[in-house]
Design a protein around this ligand. Structure first.
Ligand code: NAP
Length: 486
Protein backbone atom coordinates (compact mmCIF):
# COMPACT_ATOMS: atom_id res chain seq x y z
CA UNK A 1 0.00 0.00 0.00
CA UNK A 2 1.06 3.55 -0.56
CA UNK A 3 2.29 5.44 2.48
CA UNK A 4 0.40 8.57 1.40
CA UNK A 5 -2.24 9.50 3.95
CA UNK A 6 -5.70 9.97 2.50
CA UNK A 7 -8.40 11.32 4.73
CA UNK A 8 -11.32 11.30 2.31
CA UNK A 9 -10.92 7.59 1.65
CA UNK A 10 -9.10 4.97 3.60
CA UNK A 11 -6.79 3.41 1.02
CA UNK A 12 -6.26 0.44 3.37
CA UNK A 13 -9.97 -0.32 3.43
CA UNK A 14 -11.80 1.02 0.40
CA UNK A 15 -15.58 0.64 0.01
CA UNK A 16 -18.03 1.45 -2.75
CA UNK A 17 -20.86 3.94 -2.23
CA UNK A 18 -24.28 2.41 -2.83
CA UNK A 19 -27.56 3.95 -1.68
CA UNK A 20 -25.84 5.97 1.01
CA UNK A 21 -23.92 2.97 2.42
CA UNK A 22 -20.21 2.14 2.19
CA UNK A 23 -20.16 -1.45 0.97
CA UNK A 24 -17.85 -4.25 -0.15
CA UNK A 25 -18.45 -6.53 -3.12
CA UNK A 26 -20.91 -9.32 -2.30
CA UNK A 27 -18.27 -11.94 -3.08
CA UNK A 28 -15.56 -9.92 -1.24
CA UNK A 29 -13.44 -9.75 -4.41
CA UNK A 30 -11.22 -6.76 -5.13
CA UNK A 31 -9.18 -5.18 -7.91
CA UNK A 32 -5.97 -3.24 -7.62
CA UNK A 33 -5.07 0.34 -8.48
CA UNK A 34 -1.43 1.18 -9.20
CA UNK A 35 0.39 4.50 -9.28
CA UNK A 36 1.71 4.99 -12.85
CA UNK A 37 4.55 7.19 -11.57
CA UNK A 38 5.99 4.44 -9.36
CA UNK A 39 4.14 1.22 -10.31
CA UNK A 40 3.33 0.88 -6.59
CA UNK A 41 0.01 -0.40 -5.31
CA UNK A 42 -2.24 2.48 -4.22
CA UNK A 43 -5.29 0.55 -3.05
CA UNK A 44 -7.44 -2.54 -3.41
CA UNK A 45 -11.01 -1.70 -4.35
CA UNK A 46 -14.13 -3.86 -4.06
CA UNK A 47 -15.04 -5.39 -7.41
CA UNK A 48 -18.73 -4.76 -7.94
CA UNK A 49 -20.75 -6.72 -10.46
CA UNK A 50 -24.36 -6.87 -11.61
CA UNK A 51 -25.90 -7.37 -8.15
CA UNK A 52 -24.23 -4.39 -6.52
CA UNK A 53 -25.08 -2.28 -9.56
CA UNK A 54 -28.73 -3.31 -9.35
CA UNK A 55 -28.86 -2.22 -5.69
CA UNK A 56 -27.29 1.11 -6.67
CA UNK A 57 -29.83 1.63 -9.46
CA UNK A 58 -32.70 0.77 -7.13
CA UNK A 59 -31.27 3.16 -4.54
CA UNK A 60 -31.16 5.90 -7.16
CA UNK A 61 -34.78 5.12 -8.08
CA UNK A 62 -35.80 5.47 -4.43
CA UNK A 63 -33.98 8.78 -4.10
CA UNK A 64 -35.49 10.06 -7.35
CA UNK A 65 -38.94 10.13 -5.74
CA UNK A 66 -37.89 12.91 -3.37
CA UNK A 67 -34.93 14.56 -5.15
CA UNK A 68 -36.99 15.19 -8.30
CA UNK A 69 -39.68 16.92 -6.23
CA UNK A 70 -37.31 19.35 -4.50
CA UNK A 71 -37.32 22.89 -5.81
CA UNK A 72 -34.45 23.87 -8.08
CA UNK A 73 -33.23 26.17 -5.28
CA UNK A 74 -33.11 23.32 -2.80
CA UNK A 75 -31.18 21.06 -5.19
CA UNK A 76 -28.86 23.97 -5.94
CA UNK A 77 -28.12 24.45 -2.25
CA UNK A 78 -26.97 20.82 -1.96
CA UNK A 79 -24.90 21.10 -5.13
CA UNK A 80 -23.20 24.29 -4.00
CA UNK A 81 -22.40 22.73 -0.64
CA UNK A 82 -20.77 19.84 -2.48
CA UNK A 83 -18.94 22.32 -4.72
CA UNK A 84 -17.60 24.18 -1.67
CA UNK A 85 -16.41 20.94 -0.08
CA UNK A 86 -14.66 19.96 -3.29
CA UNK A 87 -12.82 23.26 -3.37
CA UNK A 88 -11.92 22.98 0.32
CA UNK A 89 -10.44 19.54 -0.42
CA UNK A 90 -8.66 20.56 -3.60
CA UNK A 91 -5.26 19.38 -2.48
CA UNK A 92 -6.39 15.96 -1.41
CA UNK A 93 -8.53 15.39 -4.50
CA UNK A 94 -5.56 16.42 -6.64
CA UNK A 95 -3.28 14.06 -4.76
CA UNK A 96 -5.66 11.14 -5.23
CA UNK A 97 -5.97 11.84 -8.97
CA UNK A 98 -2.26 12.23 -9.29
CA UNK A 99 -1.60 8.94 -7.49
CA UNK A 100 -4.11 6.82 -9.35
CA UNK A 101 -3.68 8.08 -12.90
CA UNK A 102 -0.51 10.19 -12.93
CA UNK A 103 -1.86 13.68 -13.60
CA UNK A 104 0.72 16.29 -12.63
CA UNK A 105 -0.32 17.55 -9.18
CA UNK A 106 -0.55 21.24 -10.11
CA UNK A 107 -2.64 20.38 -13.14
CA UNK A 108 -4.82 18.07 -11.02
CA UNK A 109 -5.57 21.01 -8.71
CA UNK A 110 -6.76 22.84 -11.83
CA UNK A 111 -9.05 19.92 -12.64
CA UNK A 112 -10.71 20.28 -9.22
CA UNK A 113 -11.54 23.93 -10.01
CA UNK A 114 -12.76 22.97 -13.49
CA UNK A 115 -14.87 20.11 -12.08
CA UNK A 116 -16.37 22.31 -9.36
CA UNK A 117 -17.36 24.81 -12.06
CA UNK A 118 -19.92 22.34 -13.46
CA UNK A 119 -21.70 22.21 -10.10
CA UNK A 120 -21.79 26.02 -9.90
CA UNK A 121 -23.03 26.42 -13.46
CA UNK A 122 -25.73 23.74 -13.25
CA UNK A 123 -26.90 24.73 -9.76
CA UNK A 124 -27.77 28.04 -11.42
CA UNK A 125 -28.98 26.55 -14.70
CA UNK A 126 -31.45 24.31 -12.85
CA UNK A 127 -33.45 27.45 -12.01
CA UNK A 128 -33.86 28.20 -15.71
CA UNK A 129 -35.55 25.00 -16.90
CA UNK A 130 -38.37 26.92 -18.52
CA UNK A 131 -41.42 25.39 -20.15
CA UNK A 132 -43.52 26.83 -22.98
CA UNK A 133 -47.06 27.92 -23.71
CA UNK A 134 -48.25 27.50 -27.27
CA UNK A 135 -51.08 29.52 -28.87
CA UNK A 136 -53.95 27.08 -29.42
CA UNK A 137 -56.15 26.91 -32.54
CA UNK A 138 -59.34 26.60 -30.53
CA UNK A 139 -60.65 29.25 -28.11
CA UNK A 140 -61.37 26.67 -25.44
CA UNK A 141 -57.93 25.09 -25.46
CA UNK A 142 -54.65 25.89 -23.72
CA UNK A 143 -51.42 24.17 -24.73
CA UNK A 144 -48.32 23.82 -22.56
CA UNK A 145 -44.96 22.07 -22.65
CA UNK A 146 -43.37 21.20 -19.33
CA UNK A 147 -39.90 19.77 -18.74
CA UNK A 148 -39.35 17.01 -16.23
CA UNK A 149 -36.29 15.01 -15.13
CA UNK A 150 -35.78 11.91 -17.23
CA UNK A 151 -35.27 9.64 -14.21
CA UNK A 152 -32.35 7.51 -13.07
CA UNK A 153 -29.22 8.07 -15.13
CA UNK A 154 -25.89 6.28 -15.38
CA UNK A 155 -22.51 7.86 -16.08
CA UNK A 156 -19.61 5.80 -17.42
CA UNK A 157 -16.45 7.88 -17.11
CA UNK A 158 -12.83 7.67 -18.28
CA UNK A 159 -9.63 7.89 -16.27
CA UNK A 160 -8.14 10.97 -17.94
CA UNK A 161 -10.42 13.53 -16.23
CA UNK A 162 -11.66 11.42 -13.34
CA UNK A 163 -13.32 14.25 -11.43
CA UNK A 164 -14.44 16.65 -14.14
CA UNK A 165 -16.13 13.96 -16.23
CA UNK A 166 -18.27 13.06 -13.22
CA UNK A 167 -19.40 16.59 -12.45
CA UNK A 168 -19.92 17.35 -16.16
CA UNK A 169 -22.56 14.59 -16.07
CA UNK A 170 -23.84 14.67 -12.49
CA UNK A 171 -24.07 18.49 -12.43
CA UNK A 172 -26.80 18.74 -15.07
CA UNK A 173 -28.38 15.46 -13.94
CA UNK A 174 -28.74 16.59 -10.33
CA UNK A 175 -29.90 20.07 -11.33
CA UNK A 176 -32.59 18.57 -13.56
CA UNK A 177 -33.83 16.41 -10.68
CA UNK A 178 -32.24 13.11 -11.75
CA UNK A 179 -30.38 10.67 -9.54
CA UNK A 180 -27.60 8.44 -10.76
CA UNK A 181 -25.04 5.70 -10.72
CA UNK A 182 -21.45 6.37 -11.74
CA UNK A 183 -19.14 3.70 -13.06
CA UNK A 184 -15.67 5.26 -13.00
CA UNK A 185 -12.76 3.86 -15.00
CA UNK A 186 -11.03 0.96 -13.25
CA UNK A 187 -7.87 3.07 -13.11
CA UNK A 188 -9.59 5.86 -11.15
CA UNK A 189 -12.17 4.58 -8.65
CA UNK A 190 -10.58 6.46 -5.75
CA UNK A 191 -11.28 9.94 -7.12
CA UNK A 192 -14.91 8.89 -7.63
CA UNK A 193 -15.15 7.50 -4.11
CA UNK A 194 -13.55 10.62 -2.61
CA UNK A 195 -16.21 12.62 -4.46
CA UNK A 196 -18.87 10.36 -2.93
CA UNK A 197 -17.40 11.01 0.52
CA UNK A 198 -17.79 14.74 -0.09
CA UNK A 199 -21.37 14.15 -1.27
CA UNK A 200 -22.04 12.37 2.02
CA UNK A 201 -20.43 15.26 3.94
CA UNK A 202 -22.66 17.67 1.98
CA UNK A 203 -25.70 15.70 3.22
CA UNK A 204 -26.79 14.89 -0.32
CA UNK A 205 -29.68 12.48 0.32
CA UNK A 206 -28.80 8.81 0.12
CA UNK A 207 -29.20 7.25 -3.30
CA UNK A 208 -28.82 10.50 -5.27
CA UNK A 209 -25.20 9.62 -6.10
CA UNK A 210 -23.93 6.02 -6.22
CA UNK A 211 -20.47 4.79 -7.21
CA UNK A 212 -19.87 1.23 -8.43
CA UNK A 213 -16.52 0.12 -9.79
CA UNK A 214 -15.28 -3.34 -10.69
CA UNK A 215 -16.33 -5.82 -13.38
CA UNK A 216 -16.80 -3.47 -16.30
CA UNK A 217 -18.95 -5.76 -18.43
CA UNK A 218 -21.19 -6.96 -15.59
CA UNK A 219 -21.80 -3.38 -14.41
CA UNK A 220 -22.41 -2.11 -17.92
CA UNK A 221 -24.74 -4.99 -18.81
CA UNK A 222 -26.82 -4.25 -15.71
CA UNK A 223 -26.93 -0.53 -16.55
CA UNK A 224 -28.05 -1.19 -20.12
CA UNK A 225 -30.38 -4.07 -19.20
CA UNK A 226 -32.13 -2.45 -16.23
CA UNK A 227 -35.33 -0.68 -17.25
CA UNK A 228 -35.03 1.80 -14.39
CA UNK A 229 -32.09 3.51 -16.08
CA UNK A 230 -33.44 6.03 -18.59
CA UNK A 231 -30.30 7.76 -19.77
CA UNK A 232 -26.62 6.94 -20.00
CA UNK A 233 -23.84 9.43 -20.54
CA UNK A 234 -20.60 7.85 -21.68
CA UNK A 235 -17.18 9.43 -22.07
CA UNK A 236 -14.48 7.19 -23.45
CA UNK A 237 -13.14 5.62 -26.59
CA UNK A 238 -14.99 5.54 -29.90
CA UNK A 239 -14.82 1.73 -30.11
CA UNK A 240 -16.58 1.24 -26.78
CA UNK A 241 -19.02 4.05 -27.62
CA UNK A 242 -20.10 2.20 -30.78
CA UNK A 243 -20.77 -0.99 -28.79
CA UNK A 244 -22.87 0.98 -26.34
CA UNK A 245 -25.02 2.39 -29.15
CA UNK A 246 -25.93 -1.18 -30.08
CA UNK A 247 -26.67 -2.07 -26.44
CA UNK A 248 -28.80 1.02 -25.93
CA UNK A 249 -31.09 0.03 -28.82
CA UNK A 250 -32.75 -2.79 -26.91
CA UNK A 251 -34.62 -0.47 -24.53
CA UNK A 252 -34.15 2.70 -26.62
CA UNK A 253 -32.22 4.27 -23.77
CA UNK A 254 -31.21 7.85 -24.29
CA UNK A 255 -27.45 7.91 -24.80
CA UNK A 256 -24.90 10.67 -25.10
CA UNK A 257 -21.38 9.93 -26.25
CA UNK A 258 -18.25 11.98 -25.68
CA UNK A 259 -15.67 9.96 -27.59
CA UNK A 260 -12.18 10.21 -29.02
CA UNK A 261 -10.67 13.01 -31.07
CA UNK A 262 -7.83 13.76 -33.45
CA UNK A 263 -7.50 17.50 -33.26
CA UNK A 264 -5.85 19.51 -36.03
CA UNK A 265 -3.89 22.54 -34.82
CA UNK A 266 -3.49 24.97 -37.70
CA UNK A 267 -0.93 27.77 -37.63
CA UNK A 268 -1.25 30.26 -40.50
CA UNK A 269 1.65 32.41 -41.70
CA UNK A 270 0.05 35.52 -40.16
CA UNK A 271 -0.36 33.95 -36.71
CA UNK A 272 1.14 35.31 -33.52
CA UNK A 273 3.78 32.57 -33.37
CA UNK A 274 4.64 33.07 -29.71
CA UNK A 275 0.99 32.63 -28.82
CA UNK A 276 0.61 29.65 -31.15
CA UNK A 277 3.62 27.95 -29.53
CA UNK A 278 2.42 28.66 -26.00
CA UNK A 279 -0.96 27.25 -27.02
CA UNK A 280 0.36 24.09 -28.59
CA UNK A 281 2.53 23.30 -25.56
CA UNK A 282 -0.53 23.69 -23.30
CA UNK A 283 -2.78 21.68 -25.59
CA UNK A 284 -0.36 18.89 -26.44
CA UNK A 285 1.41 18.23 -23.16
CA UNK A 286 -1.45 18.77 -20.72
CA UNK A 287 -2.13 15.48 -18.93
CA UNK A 288 0.94 14.05 -20.74
CA UNK A 289 -0.99 14.31 -24.01
CA UNK A 290 -3.84 12.15 -22.73
CA UNK A 291 -6.81 14.36 -23.53
CA UNK A 292 -9.51 13.92 -26.15
CA UNK A 293 -9.06 17.53 -27.31
CA UNK A 294 -5.27 17.71 -27.43
CA UNK A 295 -3.49 18.77 -30.63
CA UNK A 296 -2.80 15.61 -32.61
CA UNK A 297 -1.88 17.00 -36.02
CA UNK A 298 0.01 20.26 -36.16
CA UNK A 299 -0.29 21.95 -39.56
CA UNK A 300 2.07 24.93 -39.95
CA UNK A 301 2.25 27.18 -43.00
CA UNK A 302 5.50 26.45 -44.84
CA UNK A 303 6.69 30.09 -44.59
CA UNK A 304 6.76 30.00 -40.78
CA UNK A 305 7.42 26.30 -40.13
CA UNK A 306 11.13 26.68 -39.28
CA UNK A 307 10.56 29.54 -36.89
CA UNK A 308 7.57 27.81 -35.26
CA UNK A 309 9.45 24.52 -34.87
CA UNK A 310 12.49 26.24 -33.30
CA UNK A 311 10.36 28.14 -30.79
CA UNK A 312 8.32 25.01 -30.05
CA UNK A 313 11.38 22.85 -29.36
CA UNK A 314 12.82 25.54 -27.08
CA UNK A 315 9.62 25.48 -24.98
CA UNK A 316 9.37 21.69 -24.93
CA UNK A 317 12.90 21.42 -23.58
CA UNK A 318 11.79 23.47 -20.56
CA UNK A 319 9.08 20.97 -19.57
CA UNK A 320 9.81 19.19 -16.33
CA UNK A 321 9.05 15.45 -16.47
CA UNK A 322 8.75 13.32 -13.33
CA UNK A 323 6.69 11.86 -10.51
CA UNK A 324 3.26 13.42 -10.83
CA UNK A 325 3.06 14.26 -7.11
CA UNK A 326 6.01 16.64 -7.43
CA UNK A 327 4.57 20.17 -7.60
CA UNK A 328 7.21 21.30 -10.08
CA UNK A 329 6.40 18.58 -12.62
CA UNK A 330 4.69 19.58 -15.88
CA UNK A 331 4.48 16.17 -17.53
CA UNK A 332 3.73 13.02 -15.54
CA UNK A 333 3.67 9.42 -16.72
CA UNK A 334 1.39 7.69 -19.20
CA UNK A 335 -1.48 6.00 -17.43
CA UNK A 336 -0.23 2.44 -17.89
CA UNK A 337 1.96 0.06 -19.86
CA UNK A 338 -0.34 -0.12 -22.88
CA UNK A 339 -0.51 3.69 -23.00
CA UNK A 340 3.27 3.80 -23.14
CA UNK A 341 3.41 1.06 -25.77
CA UNK A 342 1.06 2.97 -28.05
CA UNK A 343 3.31 6.03 -27.86
CA UNK A 344 6.40 3.93 -28.62
CA UNK A 345 4.59 2.35 -31.58
CA UNK A 346 3.50 5.71 -33.03
CA UNK A 347 6.96 7.25 -32.78
CA UNK A 348 8.67 4.16 -34.21
CA UNK A 349 6.19 4.04 -37.09
CA UNK A 350 6.63 7.75 -37.85
CA UNK A 351 10.42 7.72 -37.69
CA UNK A 352 10.50 4.50 -39.78
CA UNK A 353 8.47 6.28 -42.46
CA UNK A 354 10.73 9.33 -42.57
CA UNK A 355 9.72 11.69 -39.74
CA UNK A 356 12.51 13.69 -38.09
CA UNK A 357 12.89 13.79 -34.32
CA UNK A 358 13.42 17.38 -33.15
CA UNK A 359 13.41 16.60 -29.43
CA UNK A 360 12.60 13.59 -27.22
CA UNK A 361 11.81 10.28 -28.87
CA UNK A 362 12.60 7.93 -26.00
CA UNK A 363 11.28 6.61 -22.73
CA UNK A 364 12.11 8.81 -19.76
CA UNK A 365 13.96 6.45 -17.46
CA UNK A 366 14.88 8.55 -14.43
CA UNK A 367 11.72 7.34 -12.73
CA UNK A 368 10.30 3.84 -12.47
CA UNK A 369 6.90 4.61 -14.00
CA UNK A 370 5.45 4.73 -17.53
CA UNK A 371 7.23 7.87 -18.65
CA UNK A 372 7.95 9.14 -22.14
CA UNK A 373 9.96 12.24 -23.02
CA UNK A 374 8.01 15.18 -24.46
CA UNK A 375 8.63 14.73 -28.17
CA UNK A 376 8.35 16.83 -31.33
CA UNK A 377 8.39 15.16 -34.75
CA UNK A 378 8.89 17.06 -38.01
CA UNK A 379 8.27 16.05 -41.66
CA UNK A 380 5.28 13.96 -40.68
CA UNK A 381 3.09 12.61 -43.50
CA UNK A 382 -0.45 11.27 -43.79
CA UNK A 383 0.77 7.66 -44.13
CA UNK A 384 1.95 7.65 -40.52
CA UNK A 385 -0.29 6.19 -37.78
CA UNK A 386 0.15 9.30 -35.68
CA UNK A 387 -1.81 11.30 -38.29
CA UNK A 388 -4.78 8.92 -38.14
CA UNK A 389 -5.04 7.46 -34.63
CA UNK A 390 -5.19 9.12 -31.20
CA UNK A 391 -1.67 8.86 -29.77
CA UNK A 392 -2.76 9.78 -26.24
CA UNK A 393 0.78 10.69 -25.31
CA UNK A 394 3.30 13.55 -25.25
CA UNK A 395 4.21 13.47 -28.94
CA UNK A 396 3.66 16.44 -31.27
CA UNK A 397 3.78 15.77 -35.03
CA UNK A 398 4.38 18.76 -37.36
CA UNK A 399 3.54 18.91 -41.05
CA UNK A 400 3.38 21.84 -43.51
CA UNK A 401 0.69 23.29 -45.78
CA UNK A 402 0.54 26.03 -48.42
CA UNK A 403 -3.09 27.09 -48.98
CA UNK A 404 -6.15 27.58 -46.79
CA UNK A 405 -8.27 25.16 -48.83
CA UNK A 406 -5.55 22.50 -48.68
CA UNK A 407 -5.31 22.65 -44.88
CA UNK A 408 -9.09 22.67 -44.41
CA UNK A 409 -9.36 19.51 -46.50
CA UNK A 410 -6.50 17.83 -44.64
CA UNK A 411 -7.87 18.81 -41.22
CA UNK A 412 -11.31 17.41 -42.07
CA UNK A 413 -9.86 14.16 -43.43
CA UNK A 414 -10.56 12.18 -40.26
CA UNK A 415 -13.42 10.16 -38.83
CA UNK A 416 -13.19 12.23 -35.66
CA UNK A 417 -14.76 15.66 -35.15
CA UNK A 418 -14.20 16.82 -31.59
CA UNK A 419 -11.81 19.79 -31.26
CA UNK A 420 -9.70 21.83 -33.67
CA UNK A 421 -7.52 24.90 -33.35
CA UNK A 422 -6.80 27.83 -35.66
CA UNK A 423 -4.08 30.45 -35.19
CA UNK A 424 -4.35 33.54 -37.41
CA UNK A 425 -4.72 37.31 -37.03
CA UNK A 426 -6.91 37.59 -40.14
CA UNK A 427 -10.55 37.77 -39.00
CA UNK A 428 -12.05 36.84 -42.38
CA UNK A 429 -9.78 33.82 -42.65
CA UNK A 430 -10.53 32.82 -39.05
CA UNK A 431 -14.28 32.86 -39.66
CA UNK A 432 -14.03 31.08 -43.02
CA UNK A 433 -11.86 28.31 -41.63
CA UNK A 434 -13.87 27.96 -38.41
CA UNK A 435 -17.05 27.57 -40.48
CA UNK A 436 -15.39 25.04 -42.77
CA UNK A 437 -14.00 22.69 -40.12
CA UNK A 438 -16.16 19.68 -39.18
CA UNK A 439 -15.48 19.78 -35.46
CA UNK A 440 -17.75 20.47 -32.48
CA UNK A 441 -15.23 22.76 -30.79
CA UNK A 442 -13.02 25.40 -32.42
CA UNK A 443 -10.25 27.10 -30.49
CA UNK A 444 -9.58 30.35 -32.33
CA UNK A 445 -6.22 31.57 -31.09
CA UNK A 446 -7.27 29.64 -27.98
CA UNK A 447 -5.76 26.30 -26.98
CA UNK A 448 -7.96 25.70 -23.92
CA UNK A 449 -11.57 26.36 -24.95
CA UNK A 450 -13.31 23.99 -22.49
CA UNK A 451 -15.43 25.79 -19.85
CA UNK A 452 -18.54 24.85 -17.89
CA UNK A 453 -20.76 27.43 -19.58
CA UNK A 454 -20.10 26.31 -23.19
CA UNK A 455 -21.28 23.20 -25.07
CA UNK A 456 -18.59 20.53 -25.32
CA UNK A 457 -18.98 17.66 -27.76
CA UNK A 458 -18.16 16.21 -31.11
CA UNK A 459 -19.35 15.46 -34.62
CA UNK A 460 -18.90 12.29 -36.68
CA UNK A 461 -17.26 9.45 -34.71
CA UNK A 462 -16.43 11.72 -31.80
CA UNK A 463 -19.98 11.13 -30.61
CA UNK A 464 -23.23 12.98 -30.08
CA UNK A 465 -24.84 15.11 -27.42
CA UNK A 466 -23.32 18.12 -25.69
CA UNK A 467 -22.10 18.57 -22.14
CA UNK A 468 -21.66 21.96 -20.52
CA UNK A 469 -23.61 25.13 -21.25
CA UNK A 470 -27.39 25.37 -21.23
CA UNK A 471 -27.31 22.62 -23.88
CA UNK A 472 -25.86 20.13 -21.40
CA UNK A 473 -29.02 19.81 -19.32
CA UNK A 474 -31.34 18.97 -22.23
CA UNK A 475 -30.54 15.26 -22.26
CA UNK A 476 -31.58 14.91 -18.64
CA UNK A 477 -35.05 16.29 -19.29
CA UNK A 478 -38.18 14.96 -20.97
CA UNK A 479 -40.52 17.40 -22.68
CA UNK A 480 -44.17 16.74 -21.93
CA UNK A 481 -46.93 18.36 -23.94
CA UNK A 482 -50.19 19.09 -22.11
CA UNK A 483 -53.35 20.00 -24.02
CA UNK A 484 -56.11 21.44 -21.84
CA UNK A 485 -59.72 21.81 -22.98
CA UNK A 486 -61.50 24.34 -20.81
P1 NAP B 1 -12.49 3.49 -22.56
O1 NAP B 1 -11.60 2.31 -22.54
O2 NAP B 1 -13.54 3.57 -23.60
O3 NAP B 1 -13.13 3.56 -21.10
C1 NAP B 1 -14.02 4.58 -20.71
C2 NAP B 1 -14.98 4.02 -19.68
O4 NAP B 1 -15.76 2.98 -20.28
C3 NAP B 1 -14.29 3.37 -18.47
O5 NAP B 1 -15.09 3.55 -17.33
C4 NAP B 1 -14.25 1.91 -18.87
O6 NAP B 1 -14.17 1.03 -17.79
C5 NAP B 1 -15.59 1.77 -19.56
N1 NAP B 1 -15.65 0.66 -20.50
C6 NAP B 1 -14.63 0.05 -21.16
N2 NAP B 1 -15.13 -0.94 -21.94
C7 NAP B 1 -16.46 -0.94 -21.76
C8 NAP B 1 -17.52 -1.74 -22.29
N3 NAP B 1 -17.30 -2.69 -23.18
N4 NAP B 1 -18.78 -1.47 -21.89
C9 NAP B 1 -19.03 -0.48 -21.00
N5 NAP B 1 -18.06 0.30 -20.45
C10 NAP B 1 -16.80 0.08 -20.84
O7 NAP B 1 -11.69 4.85 -22.67
P2 NAP B 1 -10.47 5.32 -21.76
O8 NAP B 1 -9.26 4.68 -22.28
O9 NAP B 1 -10.78 5.20 -20.32
O10 NAP B 1 -10.48 6.88 -22.06
C11 NAP B 1 -9.80 7.44 -23.11
C12 NAP B 1 -10.75 7.75 -24.25
O11 NAP B 1 -11.76 8.65 -23.79
C13 NAP B 1 -10.04 8.45 -25.39
O12 NAP B 1 -10.49 7.96 -26.61
C14 NAP B 1 -10.47 9.91 -25.20
O13 NAP B 1 -10.40 10.67 -26.37
C15 NAP B 1 -11.86 9.74 -24.69
N6 NAP B 1 -12.32 10.94 -23.98
C16 NAP B 1 -13.26 11.72 -24.56
C17 NAP B 1 -13.69 12.87 -23.93
C18 NAP B 1 -14.75 13.73 -24.55
O14 NAP B 1 -15.29 14.58 -23.84
N7 NAP B 1 -15.06 13.58 -25.82
C19 NAP B 1 -13.16 13.23 -22.69
C20 NAP B 1 -12.18 12.42 -22.12
C21 NAP B 1 -11.79 11.26 -22.79
P3 NAP B 1 -12.79 0.30 -17.40
O15 NAP B 1 -11.86 1.36 -17.03
O16 NAP B 1 -13.22 -0.54 -16.27
O17 NAP B 1 -12.36 -0.46 -18.62
Amino acid sequence: MSTEQLTLINSEDVSLYVNGEWVKANDKSQFEVYNPSTKELVAKVPRAGADETRVAIEGAAGAFKTWSKFTAEKRASYMLRLRDLMLEHTEELARIMSMEMGKAYTEAKGEVTYAAGFLTWYAEEGRRIYGETIPASAENKRLFVIKQPIGVVAAITPWNFPLAMMTRKLGPAMAAGCTGVVKPASQTPLTALAFAKLAEMADIPKGVINIVAGSTKAISDEIFGNKIVRKISFTGSTDVGKDLVVQSANQLKKLSLELGGHAPYIVFADADLQKAVKGVVASKFRNAGQTCVCANRIYVHKDVKEEFANLFVEEVKKLNVGNSLDETVDVGPLVNESGLEKVLEHVEDAVGKGATLLVGGEKYTEENGYFYQPTVLDNVTDEMKIMKEETFGPVAPITVFESDEEVIEAANDTDYGLASYIYTKDIARAIHVAESLDFGIIGLNDALPGVAQAPFGGMKESGYGREGGHQGIRDYLEEKYISLEL
